[in-house]
Design a protein around this ligand. Structure first.
Ligand code: TXA
Ligand code: MG
Length: 379
């Protein structure tokens, strides 16, 4: 166990506060830091022993490559070779920001970073703390999301603390991440670019800049075919999973029907739970359900009626923790809060988490991608 120091940084932070963490990076230690997407677990990209620690600390499979984070465009050509024009066009518009490019890698990048692939993932974070850390460390920083492998990505410092306290010397706390979901990954190492992981920058946003249609890689197939080899190796692993069972409440233009599906979904979960576990009905125990629903829908929800109905039909007392998000302007609010709600619902030991589906448009594409990877089934 090592002592983990949390360094709290305000928006107008003094970069002297980051110096010890930058020094730690340079000398091969790990530092968790905020980015505009999610918190990253940083290590010196040129130091193999540090990178090995990243895999160890996260419990990350060795075949899952890491993203290299840079603070200056000028450093791109040290890390990548044969860079296509489209990369520069995209960086012009979206860097710094939540976009990761897959490019052919230079020899400077150790094999362990790219898990033996001939390519490297590169991103220019816009978060000032991330930028200051890279600048002060004077090396590129590899950073996967700062969670234990399989857990939801951290969007607040306490999420990182929960997973990594005692394992790393520093956590830089810059408050809640702006976006709350990981960067869009686009593969530019091949002739026809493909989005390997959807994020806030969408295929449509990219088309608006480069003028060509970009395929969105269907990573969701990974669950159904055991021999399926996704292009971003990370996509084949189960992700973003809270301890509780996660269900998706399917879209429905009729809110009454949708709420009815919610109720019967909870009822079905309780019945399955009883028969699966062969569990003697311990009806003294309350079943706790975390709900993450669009505000409009949650306003129509009558939880007292739900409780009474469920008690009658299952003999269990059901408790609810309701968290709403505003989706008037699309799914950005849902995407921003999803991982945080997962962690909060786990913290209060919810048995079941139900999240409403969003339309596959804008941020809704990335939101549904993460939700599907975490979810057990749809109701
Ligand atoms: O927003 C983000 O991208 C965050 C912040 C911290 O920057 N980072 C992040 O890293 O999400 P990570 O390691 O959790 O996810 C990186 C994904 C993995 O699915 C990995 O397989 C893929 O990027 N990846 C990395 N290098 C690759 C490469 N050369 N080719 C294809 N996929 C790659
Ligand atoms: Mg991750």
């Amino acid at each position: 166990m090592i002592n983990t120091e949390v360094i709290k940084l305000n928006p107008d932070f003094d970069s002297a506060l980051i110096l010890p963490a930058a020094e730690a990076i340079r000398s091969g230690e790990l530092v968790a830091f905020p980015t505009e997407t999610v918190y990253g677990l940083g290590a010196n990209a040129f130091c193999e022993t540090a990178i090995k620690k990243v895999f160890e600390v996260k419990g990350r499979p060795q075949d899952n490559p890491l993203i290299v984070h840079l603070s200056r465009l000028a450093h791109l050509t040290e890390i990548a070779i044969n860079i296509p024009q489209i990369a520069y066009d995209l960086l012009d518009v979206f860097a710094p920001g939540p976009l990761t490019l897959i490019l052919q890698k230079s020899d400077l990048i150790p094999e362990i970073v790219s898990a033996g692939l001939p390519t490297v993932a590169i991103r220019f974070p816009s978060d000032p703390i991330a930028q200051a850390l890279i600048e002060l460390a004077e090396v590129p920083i590899v950073a996967p999301s700062a969670n234990l492998s399989g857990k939801p990505s951290p969007t607040q410092a306490w999420h990182v603390y929960q997973d990594l306290a005692g394992k790393i010397p520093y956590i830089l706390d810059g408050g809640a991440s702006d976006y709350g979901l990981e960067s869009t990954i686009i593969d530019l190492s091949i002739a026809d670019p493909v989005i390997l992981r959807p994020g806030f920058i969408t295929a449509r946003d990219i088309k608006n800049v480069v003028g060509i249609d970009i395929t969105e890689y269907q990573a969701d197939q990974s669950g159904s075919k055991p021999d399926f080899q996704p292009k971003a190796p990370g996509q084949k692993y189960r992700h973003y999973s809270p301890r509780a069972t996660v269900l998706i409440l399917a879209e429905n233009s009729n809110p009454t029907e949708r709420l009815n599906n919610l109720l019967t979904g909870i009822e079905g979960f309780i019945r399955n739970k009883i028969s699966d576990n062969n569990m003697k009905k311990d009806t003294t125990k309350e079943i706790l359900v975390g709900l993450f629903l669009a505000e409009k829908l949650s306003k129509k929800l009558n939880l007292e009626y739900f409780k009474k109905y469920l008690y009658k039909s299952t003999c269990y007392n059901v408790g609810f923790k309701l968290e709403s998000y505003n989706n008037q302007q699309g799914a950005a609010g849902a995407a921003h809060d999803l991982f945080n709600r997962f962690r909060e619902f786990d913290r209060i030991r919810a048995d079941l988490i139900i999240c409403s589906a969003e339309q596959m448009d804008g941020a809704g594409i990335a939101y549904m991608n993460r939700l599907k990877k975490a979810a057990d089934y749809e109701i």
